[in-house]
Every structure is written in structure tokens, then in C-alpha cells.
Design a protein around this ligand. Sequence first.
Ligand code: DP6
Length: 319
Amino acid sequence: MDMTASAEAQPNIALVKYWGKRDIARNLPAVGSLSVTLADLRTQMTVSFAGSNQDTLRVNGKDEPDMLARVSHCLDLVAGCDRPAAAVRSEGNFPIGAGLASSAAAFAALVVAANAAANTGHDRLALARMAGAASGSAARSLYGGLVELSADGDQIELTQLAAAADWPLRIVVAITADEAKSIGSGDAMIRCAETSPFYPAWIERQAADLALAREAVAGRDFAVLGAVAEHNCLKMHSVMWSCRPPVVYWNSATLACLETVRSLRSSGHAVFFTIDAGPQVKAICMPESEVAIARALESTPGVIRTMSTGVGRGARLIG
Ligand code: DP6
């Protein structure tokens, strides 16, 4: 049996956010979410069940002992606790831990590679649930296009609402800081649930935001999708800001980018913003506006660079 396999996955960006855990031990999200899978930011994972005595993890050529426990646990879910030790190698073409959903792409690629290397035959939904147990947002990167994760039952469910080719949106990412964030999203969520007075309201309103966004995707209604996405994003960050101690991922360039997006919109461009657990701003736009938006964000004070991408496919085997 070939005990080595490689897979590739892309990060995804939530337009209606996952923020909060219903079950910390199983990493079950407290709310559903809706995302778009990206095309050009890639993570490749190679898993070799080599039979050495310990799992190892190398990320972009360097040993990564800090992430190893999460990776090992995820491999146990896919291949069982009695599996051989694994050598895991990860290569990505974008910064890690800076609010660009690097963990989503990593765990989505990991479960696909491990499933093939161990020949365990899990289907896509089962793999999505395993990736989600490692990192909630990773479940969505098993699917391409626009994806809804629902968290109503005892297990998450995933639905592809539109394939990548069905709605050729473009995403311009404005990088405003390259360093890793000070608090990871998982810990920040737990702090929000424990200390933010706005957390219950956040949970309560999520179904309404999801319904609106789902309908907007079905009707390809860019304006409605943009309005609910910006509202949902600012609401999530309000929950973070109202924590004790507060969680503020933004820097001054983050705010400047919001101004840029708003002013592009008032001059007629179809564009909206979203921001995750980091200071980067993602501008979602129609293809005809992409060049103008990239140019405007690049010249926004504090922006280091921009990256543009389309909508991508779900995680898959390579090589
Ligand atoms: C703000 O999936 O990183 O990007 O399950 O603790 O690993 P864990 O959290 P993670 O959180 C993502 C938070 C977000 C919103 C989103 O992607 O939906």
C-alpha cells in the first residue's frame, strides 16, 4: 500500500462568520457560517505514514512543534489512534497566522492527504467534519465556491450553495501586517463567550443573517450579500472589542481600507469588505471593478501589498 499522499487546499473567507463554540472539546461551532473558497492562495500537505516512532511536522521547510499536537489529533480522527506515526510536510504561498485562514487550508488539505495515505475511504462530509474538529473554518475548505456550514444539529452539515464557476466573484486581499496575530481565533472566541455582553445577541441574530445571505447567493444579489456580510463582520468585531480584556485585531490601515472600500462603492463599484481574526481587509468585488479596487487599496496608507484571487475549488489530492 502506498502510505504517502499529497493534497492541496485553499483558504476560505467567511461572509457570515463562525464566531463562538458550542462544544469546546469537539470544537463544534455555536453558529452556522457562509464562506467563499479562494482560488490562488494554496497550501499543499504531504502525509507519509512512515512508521517512525513519532509524528513530525515541517511547515515551509521548518519544524513546527507548536502545531504538531493539533495535527496529530486530526490524523487520529482520520486514520485511527493505532495508526503508524506520520511525517507531515506543508508548503504554502501566503503568510500563516495573520488572519488569512491558513489553518483552514492546512487542515482541509491534511484530512484529504491522510485519508488517501491511510486508505481509509472517508467521504467528503466525513472529512469536512474531521477538519472542522481541528479548526472550525477548515470544514468549509473541503468544498469549493460558496459554502454554507450549518451548526444546528449534533454534527455540522455542509452545503455548496454555488460552484466556483456559477458566480465569478473576485477577492482582493489588502495585507496590512505580516506578523502573526497576538491571540488565536479559538481562544478569542472563548473569551468573547465568557466576557462580552454582546455575545448572546450575536448568537441570536446569526440565523437571520444566514438566511439573508443564502437567499442573496441563490439570487446572485451582490448588493444584498455585501450589506449582510459587512454587517455581520462589524458585529463580530464589536463582540471582540467588548471583551475583557478586549480583542482588537485592527490597525489603522484596516480602518483606512474600510474607507477606501466605501468610497469606491459610492463611486459606483460593486464591492464590499470583510475582516477576520487579523488586520487584513478582504474586498469582494465583481470582475470589472477588480483593477480599480486593487489600485485603490494598494495606495491606501499602511497597506503593504494586495493579492487578488477568484473563487476556487474544494480540497483535493494532487500528484
Ligand atoms: C474570524 O476556524 O480559526 O475567521 O475552530 O478555533 O480553529 P477554530 O477557529 P477558526 O476561526 C475562524 C474565525 C473567523 C471567521 C470564519 O472563518 O468563519
